[in-house]
Ligand binder design. Sequence first.
Ligand code: KIV
Ligand code: ZN
Length: 522
Amino acid sequence: MSGHVHIFDTTLRDGEQSPGAALHIDEKLEIARQLERLGVDIIEAGFPISSPGDFEAVRRIAAIVDRATVCGLTRAVQKDIDVAWDALKGAKRPRIHTGLGVSDNHLQHKLRKTRDEALEIGTAAVRYAKSLGCQDIEYFTEDAGRADPDYLCRVVEGVIKAGATVINVPDTTGYMTPDEYGGLFAMLLNRVPGAVNVVFSAHCHNDLGLATANALAAVSAGARQVECTINGIGERAGNTSLEEVVMALKVRGTQFGGAYTNIQTTEIFKTSRLVSNRTGVLVQPNKAIVGANAFAHSSGIHQDGVLKERSTYEIIDPADVGISESKIILSPRSGRHALKHRLEVLGHTFEADDAFEKVYQRFLLVADQKKLVYDEDLEAIASDEVQIIGRAYELSQLQVMCGDQSIPTATVSLRHANGGILTDSHHGNGPVDAVYRAVNRIVNVPNELIEISLQSVTEGTDALANVTIRVRSGDDIYSGHAAHTDIIVASTKAYVNALNKLIMDKQGVSGRKESADLDGSV
Ligand code: KIV
Ligand code: ZN
């Protein structure tokens, strides 16, 4: 068996099911392009039947992805498969990912089918996908972790005979331990006729914090595909984190029988930042590989050791995951050429000159305030200025009065997409509260602010602040982010960006997911 472990990225499907992580269609395309640069083997682009927005996202990703396989999820239902196949028809390498629950729990409570009925539905779905001309069919045995092993073997045997080429064995509820999960793969590879002719895939959820360990145990037992997401985002506690599995195999591959991936690891950090910015799901500081503290040494003994010899306390060279050590610092005197070059090195290319010009003008403002501009600042500026969601409103002017002896009051002017400037004022409990009330008087869409988080981009009092905001409107959550040296300005811009997403969505022009769930209907 080859040691090549295929990396199946499901950030745009399972990852997007993180609460509030819904992405605009253009953001999905941006992430798909970066996933290609990262070198993932398969991109699960969405669940086409779930909404017109998801269909369109899969269709457009299929059209731009050059090297990776593009995959669309379906239930074991002909209509789903038809729609997914239609969405995937522009892909160079299309894959249908279909399947059905296999645990008695799912069969009885969700699907209300007998084991035999469910087996027939699953095999019929694979035969149907094949009859459409699909050569690459992945079958998911949902909740395999809690299924009866004999029945699981029957299902896997049946769908292989029907034409499945990849068998996904999900631990849907994150219930399994590494020994059990590895054992499941060993059993399937041992017992199921035809198992050697297909690829077995690990798909783990992190409810017990074991998703990475379980996926690696599956690799040890012979799985040759791992399904994962950037930063481990996903439903509930998330999915297996791509960067953890990839770096574990890179650093400790011999522990896994020499298994390896083809990921360009130097693209990991950039991809992590992009996904965090676009989904609004922050990365915890102590997150392995991509957290802000992943390579920080604060104790004196550790610092001393690392300065003398890096390997004393570091098992990964930060450069291997794309964290550059030699930080080029730009200043107000750095011209357009130097800025463009540095942004290109950091992975930002600009199709239109006016997009770069916006970033350049913003760079000049920041450079004036901060004097020295670091790579982290450039990332924040580029990601802030090149937000691709259409903007119904943009901050034009902001004036805030606050202090311990005054009533915090904000006057906000927003420029509407039609060019008009709208101004209003409000007081509040604090400056941010006053700003939000003033913005709401102008925008006038019902929403509830549920989260505001602030991160300093670099050190020092002149640092840029990255603000991420989440607002709720009915059942939907929208996030917005912005960076500025003034935290009130950053908060205002982030809030307006979140409201822009909400407005576009309500107008039905965002391409955002309307509903996506593997419900019980088959
Ligand atoms: O967790 C799971 O079982 C899934 C399947 C739909 C593949 O995400
Ligand atoms: Zn899942």
